[in-house]
Design a binder for this molecule. Structure first.
Ligand SMILES: Nc1nc2c(ncn2[C@@H]2O[C@H](COP(=O)(O)OP(=O)(O)O)[C@@H](O)[C@H]2O)c(=O)[nH]1
Ligand SMILES: [Mg+2]
Length: 255
């Protein structure tokens, strides 16, 4: 993960995280940053009073590498939650995937970002576009996920497929869903039930579903958690890199 370098100098691999509020998107970003930098970070602001979306702005997170001016070539875009009525519009997620949404845009729940808006990027380049779509869902409430949210996830998935964006799902908070996993995180490798259920529901293949536990209460880093987070990131980066290479070798898609 630390050594990853895109083939073109200056290229960024953009990972877009979406999913219900409180799913653990910000925690996952913080965890990746903590693992690669070797100490705890809470840069992406985690909200611990679950309920409404805490993230309402389109925000890109970069991870510093060495000195303050250099960053890892993979970046995360965090998008507001996908709740039934108060969540981000699917049409805005699509605009974000195509690179049309500028950083800092505050999502409007009533109407989609218009081309006249100052936050609308009319000519997104390869760095603005999304290269991997990550759907984040919490294991503990997976079974009770409202049908509307499942439908939104499915719609976004279809759009991403049409745009040629690879996608994975993260099943977070695995420690809350399974006592065996809480006891020993390594037991996660034996559990298939959640992956199977989710795969059928939203149509993401089993080998693209990753269970993770993010840092949320720990004070120190832990090898088992690091392994899970890093192996997930390695897969995400590989898929994103394939997408970048495909795009830079085919004629730039007109979005
Ligand atoms: N037990 C547990 N709690 C988690 C995990 N990941 C996140 N959380 C908690 O879930 C809550 C919401 O997380 P957050 O990252 O803000 O979700 P977001 O709205 O998707 O960005 C916070 O209180 C986190 O501490 C996890 O892997 N295990
Ligand atoms: Mg968040």
């Amino acid at each position: 993960v630390k050594d990853y370098r895109p083939h073109t100098e200056g290229q960024q691999l953009r990972i877009l995280l979406h999913g219900p509020a409180g799913a653990g998107k910000s925690s996952f970003i913080n965890s990746v940053q903590s693992v690669v930098r070797g100490r705890m970070y809470a840069h992406a602001l985690v909200d611990n009073t679950s309920g409404d979306s805490f993230t309402t702005k389109y925000q890109t997170y970069k991870i510093q590498k060495g000195n303050p001016e250099t960053f890892y070539p993979f970046v995360f875009s965090d998008i507001m939650g996908l709740e039934r009525t108060s969540g981000v519009l699917v049409s805005d997620v699509i605009l974000a995937m195509k690179g049309h949404v500028k950083d800092g845009y505050g999502f409007d729940l009533e109407s989609k970002l218009s081309e006249q808006d100052g936050f609308y990027n009319r000519s997104p380049n390869l760095n603005d576009q999304v290269h991997v779509l990550v759907c984040v869902v919490p294991a503990d409430t997976l079974a009770q996920m409202p049908e509307e949210v499942v439908k939104k996830i499915r719609n976004i998935r279809k759009e991403a497929r049409d745009l040629g964006i690879p996608q994975v799902a993260l099943i977070t908070k695995v420690d809350l869903a399974c006592p065996e996993v809480k006891k020993d995180l390594k037991n996660i490798y034996k559990s298939k039930y959640m992956k199977e259920k989710f795969s059928v529901n939203v149509g993401i293949p089993m080998n693209c579903i990753f269970p993770v536990k993010s840092y949320h209460e720990e004070i120190d880093l832990d090898d088992d958690m690091d392994s899970l987070i890093l192996s997930t990131m390695r897969h995400i980066i590989n898929l994103g890199d394939d997408c970048i290479n495909f795009r830079s070798h085919s004629d730039q898609q007109e979005f």
